[in-house]
Ligand binder design. Structure first.
Ligand code: RBF
Ligand code: MG
Length: 182
């Protein structure tokens, strides 16, 4: 099916924008990084009121003001050890406002009682930043979640989602929403 490069009206409409400030948690190790699409998992909070699906918006990560590099530690998540450094290794250029695409869905792990939200930020980060603060402004809806026959087909759709995010956010009233991330 042909997809449009711009989604949503020229002026954001209810329920958008939805802004949340939270921290980055660990995912379930299904490894979107290996697909070239690393995602920051966040507790859905207010985002849980949104329909499952794919969204675009703005994101900004910041080193946690309340943690120092000395507090970095490894945490066992399933059978993986992950380094929680609270974003203490982030450079200033990593802490700017970037476009993002986000997937909100039901996580079977929680027996469909809880939604999960994962954010792919359109910026090349060098290291990981579990525990960092993240501000997210969800600005518009792209599409419902689909199930795919192949990983390639999913990745191809996500690449198109990224183009939709860039084009949709280029509009004046969407650029203005960056102010919500101060
Ligand atoms: N998973 C799906 O099963 N169907 C989707 O339509 C789908 N869309 C996604 C869109 C974006 C922008 C992102 C970041 C993820 C999406 N995912 C989707 C989730 C993807 O399967 C997940 O990132 C990997 O499983 C790694 O956790
Ligand atoms: Mg992830």
């Amino acid at each position: 099916m042909a997809r449009s490069l711009v989604e949503g009206p020229d002026v954001p409409e209810h329920p958008f924008p939805v802004a949340v400030k939270t921290h980055i948690t660990s995912g379930f190790g299904r490894g979107s990084s290996e697909l070239g699409i690393p995602t920051a998992n966040i507790p859905p909070g207010e985002l849980a009121s949104l329909d499952p699906g794919v969204y675009y918006g703005w994101a900004r990560v910041r080193g946690s003001g309340t943690h120092s590099a000395e507090e970095s530690h490894k945490k066992l998540v399933g059978d993986r050890e992950i380094e929680f450094n609270y974003g203490t290794q982030l450079k200033a250029s990593d802490q700017e406002i970037f476009p993002m695409v986000m997937s909100i869905g039901w996580n079977p792990f929680f027996k469909n009682k809880e939604k999960s939200a994962e954010v792919h930020i359109l910026h090349k980060f060098v290291g990981l930043f579990y525990g960092a603060q993240i501000g997210v402004v969800v600005a518009g809806f792209i599409r419902p979640e689909r199930s795919y026959d192949s990983l390639d087909a999913l990745v191809e759709d996500i690449h198109f989602d990224i183009e939709v995010a860039k084009h949709s956010l280029a509009r004046e009233r969407y650029i203005q929403l960056k102010e919500l991330l101060d």
